[in-house]
Design a protein around this ligand. Structure first.
Ligand SMILES: Nc1ncnc2c1ncn2[C@@H]1O[C@H](COP(=O)(O)OP(=O)(O)OP(=O)(O)O)[C@@H](O)[C@H]1O
Length: 340
């Protein structure tokens, strides 16, 4: 694969390496010391609330922004080298397409800038836009535009595909088709990094989920591992007038939450917790359920955001002003107008 051509660190080089990366905007530490390695062939989801730092991390990774401290490397070298070598395709938020060109012209233009592009027909099919090929790119719906962005990201047959909230504007059917294509692409040994707010998408479509909160990685692992880290199960029962004192001391219990007359215990050992509750005679309306990924995510990221004081940044952030036909590629030529 072409990636081997720039793997300065040899075969062991990672697709992506963040080492102590920091990026601040004024007083806001958007990325606050990030260490992350992504191996070749992995599909990784970047998950986090609004303002968690996902887009900023992606900008650093693509070389669209420079870290204030630390390093970010792609394929064992500077991002720019990997980008110039055509190893990277990206689908960013809010990038506007040029006017007056057709979908086919745009995708062909982008493909032509890469050394080893995919055949045009294959790109159009993968992105599900065969029928739109003759349409002008500035006359598409939001979801259609999103699919064209995906095509632009795929066009160069990149070894690393970076997708910032790729399904944001897609309807259910388009979403399903998108993930099918993404997985087919990843199966060819490519590395995929995508950001999302959808926990289920991360769980189903990524090998690994990296949870960001306030610019830091607060969890990194499979969905299963995340669920476990949040407490393996939830045990709920009716308090029936009894108090909650001592519940947090029961075996396995990590946290206690009370809603109305019902207590919800997050526990690492539901059997032990239930036996202890039975010993207390507190089993009315007893329910045991595995912790959901939502539970895990909330447990990992709940709390006041240190810097979420304004509107989310991506409308004005480093990805927003990419306007040319290569706006969603990472071709350095496309970044000449960057103001970051
Ligand atoms: N260009 C910028 N100027 C000032 N602040 C910025 C800029 N870009 C991002 N930020 C701030 O950095 C923090 C991280 O923003 P970022 O866009 O990376 O988060 P995100 O996880 O991608 O959010 P979302 O899910 O809403 O897209 C936010 O507090 C945001 O306001």
């Amino acid at each position: 694969m072409a990636a081997d051509g720039v793997a300065g660190g040899g075969r062991a080089a990672r697709a992506v390496s963040f080492t102590g990366a920091v990026k601040s905007y004024g007083a806001v530490r958007a990325v606050a010391g990030m260490d992350l390695e992504i191996g070749r062939g992995e599909t990784v989801a970047l998950l986090g609330r609004n303002g968690a730092g996902k887009s900023t991390a992606i900008s650093l990774l693509l070389g669209l922004a420079e870290p204030d401290a630390g390093t970010v490397e792609l394929f064992g070298g500077p991002s720019e080298r990997a980008v110039r070598a055509g190893l990277v395709g990206a689908m960013l938020q809010e990038a506007r397409a040029v006017t007056r060109v057709t979908v086919r012209e745009l995708v062909a233009f982008v493909a032509g800038r890469y050394p080893d592009p995919l055949p045009l027909a294959e790109v159009l099919e993968l992105a599900g836009i065969g029928e739109l090929a003759g349409r002008r790119v500035d006359r598409l719906s939001g979801g259609q535009t999103q699919r064209v962005r995906f095509a632009v990201a795929l066009a160069g047959n990149p070894s690393l595909l970076v997708l910032d909230e790729p399904t944001a504007a897609l309807d259910v059917e388009a979403r399903r088709a998108f993930w099918e294509s993404m997985r087919a692409y990843a199966r060819g040994g490519r590395t995929v990094l995508f950001s999302t707010h959808y926990l289920e998408e991360a769980d189903v479509h990524a090998d690994r989920i990296v949870v960001l909160d306030r610019g830091r990685i607060v969890a990194d692992g499979t969905g299963e591992r995340l669920r476990h880290s949040a407490g393996g199960a939830l045990v709920a029962f009716d308090l029936a007038g009894r108090g909650t004192a001592g519940l947090e001391l029961l075996p396995g219990v990590r946290s206690v939450e009370v809603r109305g007359d019902r207590a919800r215990l997050r526990t690492d050992d539901s059997d032990a917790t239930v036996i202890a509750l039975a010993g207390l005679g507190a089993i009315r309306g007893l329910e045991v359920a595995p912790a959901s990924l939502d539970d895990a995510f909330l447990a990992l990221t709940t709390g006041p955001t240190a810097h979420a004081t304004g509107p989310t940044a991506h409308a004005t952030g480093p990805t927003a002003h990419a306007t040319g036909p290569t706006a969603q590629t990472t071709d350095p030529a496309a970044r000449e107008g960057e103001t970051v």
